[in-house]
Each structure stands twice: as C-alpha cells, then as structure tokens.
Design a protein around this ligand. Sequence first.
Ligand SMILES: Cc1ncc(COP(=O)(O)O)c(C=O)c1O
Length: 415
Amino acid sequence: MQVNRELRTNNCSRGRPDPDTLIPYPLETYIYSRYPVLDEREARRRPTHAVIDLGALRRNYRTLKELAKGRSIMAVVKANAYGHGLENAAQALADEGVAYFGVGFLEEGIELRQIGVTTPILVLGGVVGYQAGLFLEYNLDLTVSSPALARRVAEEVRKSGRRARVHLKIDTGMGRIGFNWAAAAVFIDEALSLPELDVVGIYSHLATADDEDGSFTQEQINRFNHALSGLPSMEKPLLRHISNSGALFQHPQGLFDLVRLGISLYGCNPNGLTPPVHLRPVMSLMSEVVFVKRVAESTPVSYGCTWRAPRETTLATVPIGYGDGYPRALSNKGFVLIRGQRLPVVGRVCMDQLMVDCGELRVEVGDPVTLIGSQGNERISAEEVAHWLDTIPYEVTTQISARVPRVFVDGESIA
Ligand SMILES: Cc1ncc(COP(=O)(O)O)c(C=O)c1O
C-alpha cells in the first residue's frame, strides 16, 4: 500500500456505479469514480471547475511505461501535479506502482509524505544546506549539484547519525543546476567518499528533448555518458536518469534506468510534438453560462471597451477569469465551446468573468461551457490554448488557480 487509505475510502467497486457517488458532469454524462469526488452540492457550489480524469492519468502511465520498455518511471508531480491536484494524482499513480515521484521543492515532498505516500520522492530543485534535516525527517531524496553542497549536507546530517539519500546532478547543457559534465569525476569521487551521504542516483536534464532537431539532445546524452564513465564499479549501481517526456518520444538511446515524466502523463504533448502513442487529456476546464443578453450593433464589452458588437448579437457571461488562471492575454483571442459550437471570447477577460459572442445561437443560463476539453465533435486542447498564448501547455494547466475546484472522475470505467 503506497498511500494512507483512510483519507480516501470509497465504497464502490469499480465498474459498478453507485448512484450515491455519481457526480454531475456538465455534458450530462455521469461519471463514476472510485476516488473521492466532490459531492454534488460541493461540485455545484461554483459552476466553474476543473474535471480531472484519473482514469486517463492511470491509462497514460501504463501506455508510457510500455513505451519506456520496462524502465522505472518517475512521475513528476511538482506544481500541484501540473495543476491537476497533487494528492489525487499521486494516489492514482501510486496505485499503479510508479517507482518514484519527482517534485520541485522540499515542501511538495513533505506534502506527499503527509498524505501518506511511501514511494521514493526526489526533490528536483536546488537545495540550501540548512534544509538537509527536513530531507532526513521526511525521507526525501535531495539533489546535490556541487562538492560544496555535498560537504554541507554531510555536515548537517552528521549529528543525526543517519545518511542523506542523494542524487548527483550533472549539467550537460541545460545550464540551470548541476556540476559541469566535463569535470564530473572529481565531484562524483568527493560525493561518494562522504560517509554521511547515501548516493542513490546520478542525473541530468535535457534542454531540447522536444525539438525536432535532436542534435543537442544527442550531445547532452554523450556528455552524460562521459560523466558516467567516471563512476567506480559499485555493489549497488546508481540510478541513472536524463529523459523527460520529449526524450521518451524521440530519443530511446537516452532512457537509462529511470524516465522522469510530467506533461505526457497528463495527456499533453510537449511543445507540439505528436507522441508515438495515444495519450488521453486528463484535465478539462468547465463552467456554465450565468448571464445572457441580446445587444445592438456597436455595444462595447468589458474594461477598456476593446470590443464592440459588429452586429446585433447574443452575449453570454461565464464566471471564470484571470483570478482562476484563465489568462487575461486571451481577451479577444480565446475560444470556448457552448452547445457544441466554438465561440470567441470578446472584450477583456476580467478577474472573475468573461464574455462570449454567441451570435444567433440560442444560449441559456446554465448552458455548459468548455474552456479546455470536448463538447460534441469540438475540442479545445491545453496545447491549443497554449498556442493562442504563445506558450506551452505546462503553463496553461499549472496556472489554473486554487480557486477552481478540482472534480475527480474516473473516465476509465466508462471508456
Ligand atoms: C528535472 C526535471 N525532470 C523531468 C521533468 C519532466 O518533464 P516533462 O514534463 O517534459 O516530462 C521536469 C519538468 O520540468 C524537470 O524539471
């Protein structure tokens, strides 16, 4: 058992929906979940919510694990599992037997431990020496990027009589954290010589794994191999890892022992790549129309009057805005789905509301609005929203703010 079950019991057996745990889904589809879901009243407290399909997450994990040809997977769940909800996402992946979790910061690792996750957890970000005690207390692996940090961590943990679990980070070209690959042998020797450190892994990070041009990734893999050649033979070999989602899709020569996956688990493509396997989007962003009006030609809409009706038209107001992580940069740029139609966001996106030009479509208060996801044959993906914003899907999903309730469903049981 990887997580504390008490927090999340659900009395249904899989595949047999119990009417008490059915939750409303705006497309009038009822989805059954064996994970805890907001109850109907809670889900309806606010019409805006992110629907997180944990069945899709689990399915993506299995698909990617197969693609990784049996390598262990580290599920990267930093930034609230890329906005999908840390606790439930981690539980779903722990249920699948994921080998490792990767987080950005110490506090995210602590949060995972506090909800009962017992799977190994690596904090991928930089660490300052005084944090070492907390790594020990919560049994978290830390990233060591320099001999100075290795010595500092050793000093911090010495009095506890315990050893800090460490992964050595080698910079092969990302230029963020890590010890320079060309001199890695010195760093490795020093870290391995410190008895207070239990060095369990060695890794690097790729800067261009999602580019079509694979030459720099190949160069980084070569540099990583060069650094690894400085490793002494060991009774328990270190876990070697460098690949992320883009590398799994394009560079099978870089898989090593462990593959660190984030965006692909959540069903998105890094940087517009077409994945070699079918992935299911995990997040949908939904709301409902709260106000409808018919306006005359030239009627201005929202702050700054940046949009005026080009003709008589119907406008719908939707209760979601930049305070929810629907970016203001989508003013006069984004689209939403209502009644299966793709309709433009008009005027400035406000903190809590946005307006949609529905033209002659008959729209009513309470109509479901899909901002990310599918309605009928239409679909707006996180990648498409990212494209409108000239950014990447990572930023789109991580920006969905804490104000938006996450409703957890299990699409697998109805697939
Ligand atoms: C060090 C590290 N490894 C792996 C990942 C996962 O990358 P991806 O989401 O592209 O799979 C990240 C994400 O930013 C990362 O920072």
